[in-house]
Design a protein around this ligand. Structure first.
Ligand SMILES: [Zn+2]
Length: 939
């Protein structure tokens, strides 16, 4: 059958005859994730190209390309060139068992008339099977027919010609209800190869060369309708030969079909273009189904809906991503959260967990602006391939045995449960993939297992004989195995396993074997944990505690941290660059706000590589998250933020992770450790720090950085003690993003006089490192007391240089003798007309209680003089004393002329006039008595 199809191929397409045995070595060279970014995804389309902005961003939807390759290679080629010109590589996506003609030009059947004559699936009643309810010309096709098989191949070859690098097939399983002549013949051949005539006779088949399974079923009373009902309800056990022979034949036929098609296409791409073509199949579902066609896949392409990825109610993802990588088929999930990225963090969480676990691709990005919030996540991947050029390096492994998954759905659920159980215990883990020898090769070896000190085996009851032997060897050589539930009981066919030593070791409790240790829980903790995690939290916690008690005893944990359980760690390394990568993902998702709640300032102690030295490491934190507003990361953030670390032991280091929004990546590599910037703190505008007079003191610091980096932020605090834990915090500026080097006290409390305080400042450089706190003690000055008993105060002063005096003042900080005084003299009670300001007055030396100042300037006379005094301690004046006043009259001034009233000048008068005048006043005021002289004359 295979040969027949190949020669048909050569005839129809005109190819050089393809040697199907010439298998390419694609399987052994799976693209690394960073390759896949450029080679795979229409999902990753243009948004990861920084030069493409706004509406130019292209998202290639499956519907756009579904129909293109069938007949119009030129159009598709142009399309691919368009994408390539924007740095985007191209995946073609097509259906594998039907043509949905609502997307197809009608001409497809003119180009490929054989599709209608002999390509369609034929039901038990002999009629072609329509596809869905989409009207005419929508048919289900049969991959056993050369017409359909070759049509599919033709599509691939056109896609290769046009430049596509990946073909993804949707619905590749087909339906197993076709009774076309090719299937009838195929089933005949299958049975003939499998059984002797005697065995066939025992099955009731006497004439195999003319055996028609369709007729056989019709003779037994089956119709297309009753067959469909039985199949759709899963009640197939009554259909003769169905489960035992027909389904295995369909499986065989399906795999022959894909093997032929994929190999032909790969040979074509190599021979014609010297390049590769990758394949993937949309195979979803439990029971290991995704591995059904994995042999021909470059990566795993399945539909996952991420709306349930809210921690901790989760099904697949992290363990699944890991097992796909372990099987050499990195996961490229087809679907994404239905929540828009603008309103929900789910999509960002998905990218974080996908790439941190070795997955590729990711959700689609449309040109809608809000979905561009995803771009920094892809940019981080694109701009920092070194962060992803790393292999899994967890502290333990979880075994995934495909034979178990195929037999028992609970094995797969328990595998996921084990993954989350370990994640929740902050244990990093990798998946160990063990093929079943059928769908996937069994490549488990002691070497692969021995990379891990500990291997967890959750409910994997079906193993190959090789796997049982490898596990036993691993234990004998010093491995630690922890198992839950039923483990290692059967071979892939379901027969009891012939490996009693291992079975007895895994039968329950603690045992040693060789240099190794085994702890087997008969309870299905991992299965239970998958179900109860987050839903029945007390029970989940019991499981965590029970497992952790044993695990921590047998295998000390690698990571010590005060991050909550909702933060999950992944560990990878790159031996080539001697670098170690820790991924931190924060699943603390709030379904109400649909945002992840950020974590801040957590301690993290992690082991480094044996090849690294704890004294000379460069530790850098990368994140696509802008912590402040959770908007697009800035280019400088993409540069990474150097972290300080401390050597904890010879092979562990401790650091503080300042912030974690969703995803942070810590790279630890050989290098010069980061040194802190430094600040020196002082007070601005003060004579000294023990006589501070400004109640809003200004703190000024000098900034220096050993790496020449500049200041980007600072924080200032004022408290009451160098023991800051006990200190009363009067002011905390908080972290201020600024390169300024001074700040003014802005605490609500007034800094009390005569009290000491501590100020401190720390500065941050543009690599994110904080200095130590620079500290400065200071004391608020107390002003001296106010002068009292001012004299003169009242009365009239007649001396020309009067003496001013008052009682001496005191000061808590200084001796009284060091005080000086200030007298101010005014001409008005409102103190607006300053006459004299005398400073620097000293108390007489000696045992005097009075300060005396004799005026050293002649003050105005005949005036009410107002004056006041204050003291000065060299830093600060006391308040003013109350104002006192006195009248000054030291000089006897002549009186003013009288004001003549009568008789008036020139007016006629009597012989005996009466002279009247008014007192003109006296500058000396009422103090003087006036005498008058009168003169009169006739000229
Ligand atoms: Zn068929």
């Amino acid at each position: 059958m295979l040969m027949k199809r190949s020669s048909l191929l050569a005839t129809i397409i005109g190819l050089v005859l393809i040697n199907l045995m010439m298998a390419t070595s694609v399987h052994s060279q799976f693209p690394q994730p960073w390759d896949m970014i450029s080679t795979v995804p229409y999902y990753l389309a243009a948004p990861i190209i920084p030069t493409v902005t706004g509406t130019e961003i292209t998202f290639v939807r499956p519907a756009d390309v579904d129909s293109l390759p069938y007949h119009d290679g030129m159009t598709m080629r142009e399309w691919i060139h368009y994408l390539n010109a924007r740095g985007t590589r191209y995946t073609s996506f097509t259906e594998a068992y039907y043509l949905d003609c609502q997307y197809l030009p009608d001409s497809v059947f003119a180009w490929y008339p054989e599709l209608l004559t002999e390509g369609r699936m034929i039901n038990l009643d002999g009629n072609p099977v329509p596809y869905g309810d989409y009207g005419d010309d929508n048919w289900v096709f049969c991959e056993a027919t050369p017409a359909w098989h070759n049509f599919l191949l033709r599509v691939v070859l056109l896609a290769i010609d046009a430049g596509a690098e990946v073909m993804v097939y949707d619905t590749p399983q087909g339906l197993e209800r076709c009774f076309c002549p090719y299937d009838i013949q195929g089933f005949r051949d299958y049975l003939k190869n499998k059984y002797t005539p005697e065995e066939l006779a025992a099955l009731g088949i006497t004439d195999i060369d003319n055996f028609d399974y369709g007729q056989y079923l019709r003779d037994a009373g089956w119709t297309a309708s009753s067959l469909n009902s039985a199949c759709n309800s899963g009640q197939t056990s009554d259909i003769p030969l169905w489960d035992s022979e027909w389904i295995p034949y369909q499986e065989f036929q399906l795999r022959q079909h894909w093997a032929s098609l994929v190999d032909s296409a790969r040979v074509y791409a190599q021979q014609r273009y010297g390049r590769d073509i990758h394949f993937a199949f949309n195979l979803s579902g439990w029971g290991g189904a995704i591995w059904k066609l994995a042999r021909w896949s470059s990566f795993t392409w399945i539909e996952i809906f991420y709306d349930d990825m809210i921690y901790p109610q989760r099904e697949l993802t992290i363990p699944l991503v890991k097992v796909c990588e372990a099987a050499g088929r990195p996961l490229n999930p087809m679907t994404s959260p239905t929540e828009p990225f603008s309103t929900s963090d789910l999509g960002r969480l998905q990218i974080a967990e996908l790439y941190s676990n070795g997955g590729i691709g990711g959700p689609g990005i449309s040109s809608q602006p809000q979905n561009q919030l995803m771009i920094p996540y892809f940019q981080l991947v694109q701009f920092h391939p070194e962060l992803f050029d790393a292999q899994p390096d967890g502290e333990m492994a979880v075994l995934y045995a495909l034979a178990s998954a195929r037999h028992d759905i609970s094995a797969e659920i328990a595998f996921n449960g084990a993954g989350y159980l370990l994640s929740d215990l902050h244990r990093t883990f990798d998946a160990l993939f063990a093929g079943d020898g059928d769908w996937m090769d069994d490549e488990l070896t002691v070497n692969k297992m021995s990379r891990y000190r500990t291997v967890f085996i959750p409910n994997q009851a079906y193993l190959t004989e090789t796997q049982a032997a490898v596990i036993l060897d691993y234990i004998a050589q010093g491995g630690v195995v922890l198992s839950t539930g039923q483990v290692a009981l059967y071979d892939p066919d379901g027969n009891p396993g012939n490996w009693s030593t291992l079975q007895s070791l895994l039968g329950g409790g603690y045992q040693t074997y060789g240099s190794g240790k085994v702890y087997a829980w008969t309870q299905s903790f991992c299965l239970d944990y998958a179900a109860k995690r987050g839903v029945e939290e007390p029970e989940a916690e019991n499981i965590r505690n029970t497992v952790a008690a044993v695990l921590d005893t047998l295998v000390p944990p690698w990571i010590a941290t005060d991050f909550p359980r909702t933060v999950i760690f992944e560990r990878r390394n790159n031996p080539g660059t001697n670098s170690l990568i820790y991924h931190l993902i924060n699943f603390n998702y709030d379904p109400g706000t649909k945002q992840v709640i950020p974590e801040q300032n957590h301690q993290l102690t992690v082991p480094i590589l044996e090849t690294q030295s704890a004294d000379s490491l460069a530790v850098t934190l990368y994140s696509p998250d802008d912590y402040a507003g959770h908007i697009l990361a800035s280019p400088s953030q993409m540069l990474g933020q150097r972290l300080l670390y401390k050597r904890a032991t010879s092979n562990t280091i401790t650091m503080e992770v300042p912030e974690l929004k969703i995803w942070a990546i810590i790279k630890i590599e050989p290098g010069k450790p980061l040194q802190r910037p430094q600040a020196k703190l002082q007070l601005a505008d003060e004579l000294d720090e023990v006589h501070v007079i400004n109640h809003q003191p200004v703190f000024r610091w000098s900034y220096s950085d050993p790496n020449g980096l500049s200041q980007v932020a600072y924080q200032t605090q004022v408290g009451t003690s160098y023991l800051w834990a006990d200190s009363t915090l009067l002011w905390d500026s908080g972290v201020v993003i600024s390169d300024t080097t001074s700040t003014t006290y802005a605490g609500l409390d007034t800094l009390a006089d005569g009290t000491s305080f501590i100020a401190r400042v720390r500065v941050q450089n543009n690599a994110g490192s904080w200095s130590e706190w620079a500290q400065l003690g200071f004391r608020m000055n107390t002003p001296p007391t106010v002068p009292q008993y001012l004299n003169p105060a009242g009365g009239i002063l007649t001396t020309d240089y009067p003496e001013f005096n008052f009682f001496k003042c005191s000061d808590v900080e200084d001796h009284v003798d060091s005080l000086s005084y200030n007298i101010a003299i005014y001409a008005d009670s409102n103190l607006t007309q300053l006459i004299y300001d005398k400073r620097g007055i000293r108390k007489p030396v000696g045992d005097y209680d009075w300060v005396v100042w004799t005026a050293d300037t002649l003050l105005p006379d005949n005036l009410e003089i107002y004056w006041r005094a204050r003291s000065f301690d060299g830093y600060e004046f006391s308040p003013w004393s109350p104002v006192v006043h006195f009248y000054r009259n030291f000089r006897n001034d002549p009186p003013y002329p009288p004001i003549l009233l009568h008789p008036k000048d020139g007016a006629p008068t009597t012989l005996h006039p009466s002279f009247t005048w008014e007192n003109g006043g006296d500058p000396d005021g009422a103090v003087d008595v006036c005498y008058y002289n009168i003169y009169y004359s006739d000229d």
